[in-house]
Design a protein around this ligand. Structure first.
Ligand code: ADP
Length: 366
């Protein structure tokens, strides 16, 4: 065989290696995408990093480094600066290839090979991100669906309980008036106080299901937040907590029920106080944006696990020894009645942020 034929054969062998490598990588990423189990992205990238050298002329000498900074992923070692280095970089990841031995250099066809592999890895990361977003969205929809059903059920139950509870209270009061026996009077007092307690719970359930009448007016949110914080001075001092306020100068008026909104702020702040460590800090922010007003309460306390976040707004969900599990259910009901939104972000042992998003009102205080 003459020299040019040998060259051609070598050349073809290299192209076949490159194409087989790309084919193997795309098959692997296809398998990951269609796998029934959720393979961690780091494992997927590690598997592909093992295939990459097969496409290069000196495969046993090739070093591969993949990094995805946002996810804290680093596969393979970084190289010495003086080594020849082929690199693909996107917004989310970097792929670098280099030879251990500086005497080897890359073929010109290996430049586009790195580019193609990089694009494949990028697509893999994109698909993973989409999948994660879909899962989150599905969870959110399920949660909202469950909460909607619960709201309807609760509204019905609260209504049904209200009348008999009113009767119990009324008749117990009547009997108490006519009763002279002190012991029997004490028993009747217990009936009255238990019925009152039950009525309080029913009232909270009605808040949750937006069944309480509202008295809407123009409300200055920043002023209301200051008033609420005043009410909590003792609890804040007891735990030596500092409040860091950040209110922007814009007018923060919403159309709402001041008493009910105070109830929401109180519930969120009390939870933040209870979750905080002694001597900690709570951030209270109020920012007026063009079309909405954001109020956030951030603590740096115990945080909430992912499983508990899913149940947070359900009535009677509590992790506290003496909790009622109604504070957030009430807050959710009031916020919904104000056509506003309540969102939560939390990390166990790092803290929690509750965000309220109100629509702005066009009306202005005179
Ligand atoms: P309660 O305070 O009576 O338990 P809530 O409805 O106000 O009722 O809260 C429900 C649960 O949500 C709490 O028991 C707690 O586990 C969790 N939670 C609420 N806010 C926070 C917070 N800021 N930090 C940690 N956990 C919280």
């Amino acid at each position: 065989m003459d020299k040019s034929n040998i060259q051609l054969e070598k050349h073809l062998a290299e192209r076949i290696k490159e194409l087989s490598c790309l084919y193997k990588i795309s098959q692997a990423s296809h398998q990951f995408a269609n796998s029934a189990e959720d393979i961690p992205i780091e494992q997927q990238l590690t598997e592909i990093a093992k295939i990459i050298p097969e496409g290069f002329q000196h495969e046993e000498n090739l070093l591969v480094h993949i990094s995805v900074p946002e996810r804290g992923i680093n596969i393979g070692k970084t190289f010495e600066d003086d080594l020849e280095n082929l690199r693909f970089q996107s917004k989310v990841m970097t792929l670098e290839c280099s030879y251990k031995n500086p005497k080897f250099s890359f073929l010109k066809e290996e430049y586009p090979l790195v580019e193609k592999i990089g694009q494949e890895l990028n697509a893999l990361l994109f698909r993973k991100e989409q999948k994660e977003k879909d899962v989150l969205l599905q969870k959110k929809l399920q949660r909202e669906d469950r909460l909607n059903v619960l709201t309807e059920l609760t509204a019905g139950i609260a209504h049904e309980l209200n009348t008999p509870l009113g009767n119990i209270l009324g008749y117990a009061e009547l009997l108490k008036k006519a009763e002279v026996d002190k012991n029997k009077q004490k028993d009747l007092d217990k009936i009255v106080s238990s019925a009152l307690q039950a009525r309080e719970i029913v009232k909270k359930l009605m808040y949750f299901s937006c069944e309480i009448p509202t008295n809407f007016n123009l409300v200055d949110v920043q002023h209301l937040l200051n008033e609420t914080l005043e009410l909590l001075q003792i609890q804040l001092q007891e735990k030596q907590l500092t409040i860091e306020k950040e209110f922007n100068a814009n007018d923060c008026f919403v159309y709402g029920d001041a008493i009910q909104l105070t109830q929401v702020f109180l519930n969120l702040l009390i939870n933040a106080i209870q979750a905080s460590k002694v001597g900690g800090k709570i951030n209270v922010n109020c920012k007026g944006q063009q079309d909405h007003i954001e109020v956030t309460f951030q603590d740096f306390g115990e945080g909430i696990s992912a499983t508990n976040i899913a149940k947070l707004f359900q009535p009677f969900f509590t992790t506290k020894k003496n909790g009622t599990g109604l504070g957030l259910a009430v807050a959710h009901g009031i916020i919904t009645a104000h056509k506003a939104k309540i969102e939560v972000q939390s990390k166990p042992n790092k803290g929690t942020i509750f965000k309220l998003i109100f629509p702005t009102t066009k009306a202005k205080k005179k």
